[in-house]
Design a binder for this molecule. Structure first.
Ligand SMILES: [Zn+2]
Length: 400
């Protein structure tokens, strides 16, 4: 009975278009709220923007023994369907041979549904007993993590001792991901007729200089790029400028996607870049530019020897060395990284299918994930293992 109900919840979520942008998470959130309420679990709403609300739920009850909370966290939004042709309706939640298709099937409505069902099962098993388990479903993760940021601002994370992020890992244990820094550089010149470039200042030439300076920094990346989270990357992903072919352009820009395993790597790159630009300016006084970060996400890393990871490995029946990292960033950058809260990333979908046409999830993986979440949460609630309150901010030594 409960398996049918779990699949029905997943179907309802995939059928509720929560594409971001613009961020239409409300209907999906209402399905989860209705499900939790039906299972005697109270929900709390936090308005982030009109019609966009984070949903949280806890298994509070009469008894109290204060222990750090284990927070299960997922996001309600999905990326858009995209321009490529799908062979299944992206909001149809069609099931073929045990595979459910639709936008968000992997990333991450299956994770969200699994977490909600886990909460219901705990309620059923433990009745009104108070358990140190919480659920947080955020809005906005796919664009700017606005939901996680608002949660942090209003409620903080002081009682939270561990976090489980239900992003797709194919049912494997993931212990972290790199941080992301998106840099925009704009250059400013002076227009002139295209036949008289000497009378203007060419902003496109300047942005080419800026691109070369950035790639020089990349080629000299220090310190040692070999961390558990993988080598840092710097890629210029957008470049543009100019008005028309016969006009010397007065504006040009580039955008770069950079990924770092440690905050120190990021700091080194930004400082080295700044130094290179300053030196360039001394030699080229017409070089006028502006830089700004478009996005800044911290890396996330949990020591594999932490009890949260160890318990996950025990439940998955894999040995202590079996863990991976993920290539994408998560709400953990916002919620966990600043105070180094131990975080497990574990979810049913296949991360290679995330953001792709014909995104899907195996229903057996979805159902197995519910069992995993339930066993993990129950073992913590019963006191089989402990979470201590948050540690210190991460240092280079923790991560390298
Ligand atoms: Zn996701």
């Amino acid at each position: 009975m409960m398996a049918d109900e779990a699949v029905q919840l997943l179907v309802n979520l995939v059928q509720s278009d929560s594409t971001n942008p613009p961020g239409t998470e409300e209907r999906a959130a209402n399905h989860v709220a209705e499900y939790l309420t039906r299972h005697d679990i109270g929900v709390r709403w936090q308005e982030v923007a009109p019609g966009r609300l984070n949903l949280s739920a806890s298994l509070s009850g009469a008894t109290t023994r204060r222990r750090p909370t284990l927070l299960f966290c997922g996001h309600l939004d999905t990326v858009p369907v995209g321009n490529q042709q799908w062979s299944h309706d992206p909001f149809g939640a069609q099931i073929t041979d045990g595979v459910l298709f639709g936008r968000g099937a992997s990333d991450m409505k299956s994770g969200v549904a699994a977490m909600a069902v886990m909460m219901a099962r705990l309620r059923q098993t433990y009745g009104s007993e108070s358990l140190p388990i919480q659920l947080l479903l955020t809005v906005g993760e796919e664009v700017d993590s606005i939901g996680a940021q608002r949660f942090l601002e209003e409620y903080g994370v002081s009682g939270i001792g561990g976090i489980v992020i239900g992003e797709p890992t194919n049912g494997q244990i993931a212990i972290g991901h790199k941080g992301a820094y998106w840099l925009e550089v704009q250059c400013f010149g002076r227009t002139a007729h295209g036949s008289m470039p000497q009378l203007g200042v060419n902003a496109v030439d300047q942005i080419i200089d800026a691109a070369n300076l950035l790639y020089q920094v990349r080629d000299n990346l220090q310190p040692s790029p070999d961390t558990i989270l993988g080598a840092p990357t710097i890629a210029i992903t957008q470049i543009g400028g100019g008005i028309q072919t016969n006009v010397i352009p007065d504006q040009a820009f580039l955008r770069a996607d950079m990924r770092f395993g440690t905050p120190q790597q990021q700091q080194w790159v930004l400082e080295t870049w700044q130094g290179a630009v300053d030196r360039h300016r001394q030699q080229h006084e017409e070089f006028r530019y502006q830089c700004r970060p478009l996005l800044n996400r911290s890396p996330l890393f949990t020591d594999p020897s932490h009890p949260l990871i160890q318990k996950a490995q025990e439940l998955c029946r894999v040995d202590a060395k079996t863990w991976r990292t993920v290539s994408y960033y998560t709400d953990g950058s916002v919620l966990a990284a600043p105070t180094n809260i131990p975080t497990l990333i574990y979810g049913p979908g296949d991360d290679r299918l995330a953001h792709q046409p014909d995104e899907s999830v195996l229903l057996t993986s979805f159902l197995e994930c519910i069992d995993f979440y339930q066993e993990l949460a129950a073992s913590y609630a019963q006191g089989d293992w402990e979470l201590t309150q948050m540690g210190l901010p991460p240092t280079e030594a923790d991560i390298v």
